[in-house]
Design a protein around this ligand. Structure first.
Ligand code: IPE
Length: 259
């Protein structure tokens, strides 16, 4: 089985609050359908989460009362996004169900403290595709904090031992520098302990409360260290996801364990 994360920048316009890209999401889901693979899917929050979460510093935990209203709104907004993603699966003949992290997982100091995987496993074993997403969750030290889709990918890699973890991004992979600003930027096809120092800041972190590219890479290294093949593929280009699911050569960055 495969675990897949749709980055928030792929399925939403990260700069414009609550704008969902239905066409792109539908196309990505149809690629999963065509690949005929069993999957667990995670999606990011994009502009349905980051903008308000950053404004009210929800990733820092409880500091003032006005955050409580923002917490409720962000939970509502990411659920709204999730419902649209879920519909894309049902419209593409994939029976999927949604599971909100706020209902099966607890954080401590911004990191996952405990997770209950049996619900997800129960649905998966019935042939259903479980879908989860970046969310605001309870935190045993901070009262609440954010659980990113990337953190969920690590937890699911630990719990389900997938054959691949695929991060669907809006870029071909990790570059030597920002390809939008530097014409000499080169795609790094494989990143491991040796090539890691070559990675510079290649992503603008517009309203991102979950760590940007280095936070992502750190999680990806942890997934790779579990023996799970970990790939970043460009979801804005047709068939990259389908080819990655079908074990075809695909333009991507593969993350290898640092050691
Ligand atoms: C963020 O999840 C969750 C919230 C801000 C509530 P992610 O960090 O996985 O989202 P993207 O992929 O960066 O948009």
């Amino acid at each position: 089985m495969f675990i897949i994360k749709f980055g928030g920048s792929v399925i939403t316009d990260k700069r414009r609050k609550n704008t969902f890209d239905a066409a792109r999401t539908g196309r990505l889901v149809s690629e999963i359908n065509l690949a005929h693979k069993k999957t667990i899917v995670v999606h990011g929050a994009g502009s349905f989460g980051h903008i308000l979460a950053k404004k009210f510093e929800l990733h820092m935990g409880f500091k003032k009362q006005e955050q409580i209203r923002a917490l409720a709104e962000v939970q509502r907004d990411v659920k709204e996004l999730n419902l649209m993603v879920l519909n894309a699966f049902l419209e593409n003949e994939i029976s999927a169900v949604s599971l909100a992290p706020s209902a099966f997982l607890l954080n401590e100091n911004g990191l996952v403290k405990s997770m209950e995987p049996s619900l997800m496993k129960g649905y998966f074993d019935m042939g259903i595709t479980p879908i989860s997403f970046g969310d605001v969750v309870l935190d045993e030290a901070l009262k609440f904090s954010i659980c990113s889709g990337d953190q969920l990918m690590l937890e699911f890699a630990r719990a389900f031992h997938p054959e691949k973890a695929i991060f669907v991004a809006d870029i071909d992979g990790i570059f030597t520098s920002d390809p939008a600003a530097d014409p000499n930027a080169e795609l790094i096809p494989v990143i491991n302990g040796d090539s890691f120092p070559a990675v510079k800041k290649t992503e603008s972190t517009v309203d991102d409360v979950t760590g940007g590219i280095f936070g992502k890479l750190d999680i990806m290294f942890k997934i790779a260290a579990l023996g799970v093949e970990t790939l970043i593929v460009n979801g804005t280009v047709e068939n990259r996801l389908k080819d990655a699911l079908s074990d075809k050569e695909v333009i991507s960055t593969r993350i290898e364990s640092k050691n």
